[in-house]
Write a protein that binds this ligand. Structure first.
Ligand SMILES: [Zn+2]
Length: 259
């Protein structure tokens, strides 16, 4: 007992003079120079940022790639895939300072669409991306061909990788329900629910240009309209101004974003 106090004192002194290991800082992989070319060529969201914000985008991209493992399943993960996955992760939360996907450890990249049992053959191959649950908690699965195609096709309203990351953002408050309570100002929740139900009804009545998959339920609606918002902001603003306004508040986007 007599020894405890001097020993504790010694440990405190050693800690402050730096002789004891402190919590290790996450090591971030430096960005290979050609990643900037890939971003410029393939990611319109990055091209629209000013140079200061582009630098921030690059740093946060490398932080993401240093924290989340990307594994190819029957395919090879190329640098382009890494850049596009990290960009898809960053786009929805870029205006949330310090955001990290704590609920994601690994992305599995499949060559093409897959079925619910992850089979890559057969007629059930329709899924383009998914967020795992149960044994696959903290894992996201994406289709490589779909990932690349979404960034090539700049006139489309869909982006399967952004869709899955929006599900993860939605999940941060504990439930995937189309209401991202963690990022959303309380005052927008009721208007958001009302507008969401109205728009889902319009899809069901076939009076909407929103992907009909969005009418599956609230969580799919939120993910599908978020794709539309980030892929074709001006078109969404023109066709669904109220939806555009609320998504702008939810994602803290600047007043006007160009597609
Ligand atoms: Zn979905």
């Amino acid at each position: 007992m007599k020894l405890i106090i001097p020993v504790l004192l010694l440990l405190v002194i050693l800690f402050f003079v730096g002789w004891l290991p402190k919590k290790k800082k996450k090591s971030i992989i430096p960005m290979p120079s050609h990643y900037r070319d890939l971003l410029n060529q393939q990611v319109p969201f990055y091209r629209r940022l000013d140079s200061g914000k582009q630098k921030e985008f690059e740093e946060r991209m490398m932080l993401f790639l240093s924290s989340v493992r990307i594994t190819g399943v029957k395919t090879t993960v190329e640098d382009l895939d890494k850049v596009l996955i990290a960009a898809s992760a960053l786009i929805p939360i870029f205006n949330f300072e310090g955001w990290e996907y704590v609920n994601l450890h690994e992305v599995l990249l499949y060559p093409d669409a897959f079925a619910e049992d992850f089979a890559q053959q057969g007629s059930q191959r329709h899924i383009l991306g998914m967020v795992g649950s149960g044994a696959l908690n903290h894992v996201m699965i994406l289709s490589q061909s779909e990932l690349r195609q979404a960034f090539i096709n700049t006139s489309g309203k869909s982006n399967a990788a952004i869709h899955e990351f929006v599900h993860l953002v939605d999940k941060t408050d504990g439930s995937v329900d189309g209401v991202p309570g963690f990022i959303m100002d309380q005052k927008y929740i009721v208007p958001w629910l009302q507008l969401m139900h109205h728009e889902i009804q319009l899809i069901r009545e076939e009076h909407s240009d929103i992907n009909p998959y969005g009418a599956t339920n609230e969580e799919e609606f939120f993910a599908v309209v978020s794709e539309y918002f980030f892929e074709r902001p001006e078109l969404l603003k023109e066709k669904h101004p109220a939806l555009y306004d609320l998504l702008q508040h939810i994602f803290r986007q600047p007043a006007s974003i160009k597609s």
